[in-house]
Ligand binder design. Structure first.
Ligand code: SAM
Length: 211
């Protein structure tokens, strides 16, 4: 576990209400759109990597997905998400506090049908971290499974929460995932922060090849 990163994120989630975060979405519409393209059953594992306190998890619960996994380096973030969901809904989610660059628990998952990452990969600047992210993704996702990655686009911000980010376009993400994954859909999406300022993202949907 990268303790300084954990501390960084815990401090942010401690300092701000969830709806003040510069990535807060009341309705995670672009993720929902891409999820709707995934041909999966609601009892298959859906993993939100770096879920934070995301409303995407609320959406999955409310839609009846029964095998949801929310993973994040910050236990404070996941605590806030649990609290918002309430005990009954929170019990239906598997909670994992883990670092995707040094994963212990996430790597034990199996047959993940959807890997969802909004605004996490772009924080991984070192090749070693990106390699671990990718090898973990490949280890846990099933053949024919889906990968949704949303990152700051090439036109997007160069920093978030004081941390540098790597900006992406769909080709870069396709190259990153490699030949085992096919790009099914992508779009640019301008998110507006609570301040009203625009934040350009790119959203991508990939499918792992069946063979
Ligand atoms: C910009 S926030 C996005 C949160 C969430 N995906 C959303 O859309 O609301 C980035 C999230 O990634 C988490 N994170 C950052 N580095 C991580 C790592 N190495 N392993 C796991 N989670 C990480 C942070 O704690 C934070 O919740």
């Amino acid at each position: 576990m990268n303790d300084s990163m954990k501390e960084h994120w815990n401090e942010i989630y401690e300092a701000l209400d969830v709806d003040e975060l510069t990535w807060y979405e009341e309705i995670p519409a672009p993720s929902i759109k891409l999820l709707s393209r995934c041909k999966i059953n609601k009892d298959e594992p859906v993993l939100d990597v770096g879920a934070g306190a995301s409303t995407f998890v609320d959406y999955l619960v409310d839609q009846g997905f029964s095998n949801i996994i929310a993973a994040d380096i910050s236990e404070i973030a996941l605590g806030k998400l649990k609290e918002r969901l309430g005990n009954e809904k929170a019990r239906t989610v598997k909670w994992i506090v883990d670092d995707i660059t040094q994963p212990v628990h996430i790597r034990n998952l199996k047959d993940v049908a959807v890997w969802h990452d909004r605004a996490v990969l772009h924080f991984l600047l070192e090749k070693r971290q990106q390699d671990m992210y990718l090898s973990t993704l490949k280890k846990v996702i099933k053949k024919g499974g889906y990968v949704i990655i949303a990152a700051f686009s090439l036109k997007g911000a160069k920093k978030c929460t004081g941390l540098d980010v790597k900006n992406y376009d769909p080709n870069m993400l396709a190259e990153f995932l490699g030949e085992d994954f096919s790009l099914l859909e992508y779009f640019d999406y301008t998110y507006h922060m609570p301040s009203g300022q625009p934040r350009p993202y790119v959203y991508t949907l990939f499918q792992r090849n069946q063979l």
